[in-house]
Ligand binder design. Structure first.
Ligand SMILES: [Zn+2]
Length: 174
């Protein structure tokens, strides 16, 4: 049996028009339920301001937490604080799909909103592009040393003869 997924549900069908507030907490098991997640560990508090209107919903998210991922430079696990704000518009259409990152369409047959996928995306959007220890000296020194050996070796031995030929040609033509 498939393990039950952690969902972040807003049961909108029972709500009056107007603003409603929700709070969710996610932890490492949340990230673990997505295949290929680069986040190994993490915990977040998510505050959602949910505005129910007649034909659409406006959602405003505040996310705050920390994640652990591997440093791009030394591959050691690195924990960083992440926070930010995101918004989402939900409108009704024939089927349920994501029109863009900010617009979600749901079928009129739906009665609740599962924000798990959206929150997962938001956390990735808020993450820095490169996960790296701030300073090189904070990285695992053994790994850095090995990597540097590898790259200098590569640079000195791997010269493609075709490029050598080209560079001679270039020299003559100048
Ligand atoms: Zn590092």
């Amino acid at each position: 049996m498939e393990q039950e997924k952690q969902r972040l549900i807003i049961p909108f069908i029972g709500l009056n028009e107007g603003i409603h507030r929700f709070e969710f907490k996610i932890d490492s098991s949340f990230f673990g339920q997505f295949d290929y997640s680069i986040i190994e560990k993490g915990e977040f508090k998510i505050k959602v301001e949910f505005e129910k209107k007649k034909n659409l919903f406006n959602l405003y998210f505040k996310l705050k937490g920390k994640i652990t991922a591997n440093c791009d430079r030394c591959l050691a696990p690195l924990t960083m604080k992440v926070k930010g704000e995101e918004s989402l518009i939900v409108k009704f259409g024939e089927t349920t799909y994501n029109e863009t990152d900010e617009i979600k369409v749901i079928s009129p047959a739906e009665y609740e909103l599962d924000l798990a996928e959206d929150v997962y995306q938001f956390v990735h959007t808020l993450m820095p592009n490169k996960v790296k220890h701030e300073k090189k000296k904070d990285c695992d020194p053994k790994i850095i040393e090995q990597l540097e050996k590898l790259t200098t070796k590569k640079a000195s031995t791997e010269v493609d003869p075709r490029w050598e030929g080209l560079s001679q040609f270039k020299d003559k033509s100048e």
